[in-house]
Every structure is written in C-alpha cells, then in structure tokens.
Design a protein around this ligand. Structure first.
Ligand SMILES: [Zn+2]
Length: 75
C-alpha cells in the first residue's frame, strides 16, 4: 500500500464527514483520481455513511454511479 493510500484510509472518515482541512481534502481527491482502489473504497464508505461524495458522482465507475442513483431514487 502506498503512503497516499494509507493517508486516505486514515482520513476517509473525516473526509466524508467534511471535517478535513482544505489541504487534506485536496490530497485525498488528488489521490483517488489516480487510484481506483481508493476511489472504490471511498465510494463504498460514503454509501455506508449515507452520503455521497461530490467528486465521486462525476468520476465513479458507471456501476457505482448506478447504485448511488438507485439509492437516491429510493430516498
Ligand atoms: Zn490509493
């Protein structure tokens, strides 16, 4: 696991809750643009939290986008 993946794993909870400072948000978002594993992980985690992450809605794989939109439809 790269140090950036470890950073995302350590901070995803605060990221989803909107509690990261701007510099850390940018670091997470920069990383998930180039790391499908972390992007997938964050997408799953944000669904568990009942939140969707703005960035993921536009860059997530189609299957993830479909499951997010079907969740939103049911809400
Ligand atoms: Zn990663």
């Amino acid at each position: 696991m790269s140090p950036e993946c470890a950073f995302v794993l350590d901070h995803y909870n605060d990221y989803i809750s909107g509690e990261l400072v701007a510099g850390e948000v940018a670091r997470v978002e920069d990383h998930i643009k180039s790391c499908p594993n972390c992007e997938k992980f964050l997408g799953k985690a944000s669904r568990l939290h009942g939140r969707t992450v703005g960035l993921l809605r536009t860059s997530a794989p189609q299957t993830l986008r479909n499951s997010i939109s079907s969740l939103l439809d049911k809400a």
